[in-house]
Write a protein that binds this ligand. Structure first.
Ligand SMILES: Nc1ncnc2c1ncn2[C@@H]1O[C@H](COP(=O)(O)OP(=O)(O)OP(=O)(O)O)[C@@H](O)[C@H]1O
Ligand SMILES: [Mg+2]
Length: 345
């Protein structure tokens, strides 16, 4: 059975003075119907571009230079204008980090929801208004009739994000693209919005691609996770596996940078990852993480990155396996023979 969304060998470039700058370097990612997949990684790793490529909305002057995106078996890259418009209107919804920036500041929020219902679902003005009020109520906005007439600046960030969720789910899309939907919100509101997204997703049976640089958000909301670094996916797997048995040194470093409480309830500060992510202009033939990896071995910077199976539904792009079988968040080394075998393979 094919997946709802299949991204294969996706490559996204920007023009540079000395040749193209490659921001996404051959990403493979699939989502099944109703599945929630998290895309996690530090700033600049290519999460937003990957997400936007699904709708063919890579910002200019960027472009998708290679790869395929298929939705329900349809080739999104080959869609004509009308087909693409229908696909964006009916099949996918998108929520961004900044809810204020995504809403039209000079239109009342109710009118913005009603407009979506009129254009995308062919509702009459009267039906669209009634449905928009019902949607405001459904996304947890109190006194929806009054809020219908509010302008975005009259609402809090959390409320604006609820409005965005109402707009993006108004067409009952089969896939929701949520790019850092809670990053701009305080922790309490963040939890409420995540819960709302979870409820809407379950009720509508939508699949969701949830982008975040926060592993806590991913752990709370996702079935599966893909970890991005330097334009590559370096590890994928079920969220529990990635959390408890991360394989790739970058995933380990990312998890280790999350502060934890010790048994006495004190915050344990963890070491931040030393060094910087690669510049777009850097061309690294092998592992993009090799320059920062404390487990780097000769050849790591030469072996092309490739996701390889390391467990059930678990793939890692590390050519050595410094942590194989050592459990979570340990820094012990092991499996030297296996390492050598993998690096030669
Ligand atoms: N319009 C643009 N022009 C030039 N480079 C761009 C543009 N948009 C993105 N990039 C580059 O592409 C790379 C990936 O960007 P992307 O926005 O996908 O990162 P991200 O993982 O979403 O990061 P963040 O967590 O900061 O949102 C970055 O290095 C960025 O500088
Ligand atoms: Mg982003």
């Amino acid at each position: 059975m094919s997946s709802l969304l299949e991204i294969e060998a996706l490559r996204i470039e920007f023009p540079g003075e000395e040749g193209p700058l490659v921001a996404v370097k051959g990403v493979d990612l699939a989502l099944d119907e109703g599945e929630v997949v998290g895309l996690v990684g530090e700033s600049g790793s290519g999460k937003s571009l990957t997400c936007r490529a699904v709708m063919r909305m890579v910002p200019e002057p960027g472009s998708i230079s290679a790869g395929t995106v298929r939705f329900d078996g349809q080739d999104v890259m080959a869609m004509g204008r009308g087909q693409l418009r229908d696909f964006r209107a009916h099949s996918v919804g998108m929520i961004y980090q900044n809810p204020f920036g995504s809403l039209n500041p000079v239109l009342r929020v109710g009118a913005q929801i009603a407009e979506t219902l009129r254009v995308n679902r062919g509702r009459s003005s009267k039906a669209a208004k009634a449905e928009a009020i019902a949607l405001l109520d459904r996304v947890g906005i109190e006194d929806p009739e009054r809020r219908y007439r509010a302008y975005p600046h009259e609402l809090s960030g959390g409320m604006c994000q609820r409005v965005m969720i109402a707009i993006s789910t108004a067409s009952s899309p089969r896939l929701m693209l949520a790019d850092e939907p809670t990053t701009a919100l305080d922790v309490t509101t963040q939890a409420q919005i995540l819960e709302l997204l979870g409820t809407m997703r379950a009720e509508e049976g939508m699949a969701m691609l949830l982008v975040s640089h926060d592993f806590g958000v991913i752990a709370q909301a996702c079935d599966r996770v893909a970890v991005m670094y330097g334009g590559h996916i370096v590890e994928t797997g079920p969220v529990e596996t990635i959390y408890h048995e991360p394989e790739h040194p970058y995933t380990r470093a990312l998890l280790n940078s999350v502060p934890e409480l010790d048994s006495a309830g004190n915050v344990k500060r963890r070491a931040a990852l030393a060094g910087h992510p690669p510049e777009l202009s850097e061309v690294i033939p092998g592992c993009v993480f090799a320059p920062r990896c404390e487990h780097v071995q000769p050849g790591c910077d030469q072996v092309p990155m490739k996701l390889m199976p390391v467990g059930p539904d678990h793939h890692s792009a590390c050519p050595v396996r410094p942590f194989a079988g050592t459990g979570a968040r340990t820094t012990g080394r092991g499996g030297a023979a296996a390492d050598a075998e993998r690096i030669e393979a």
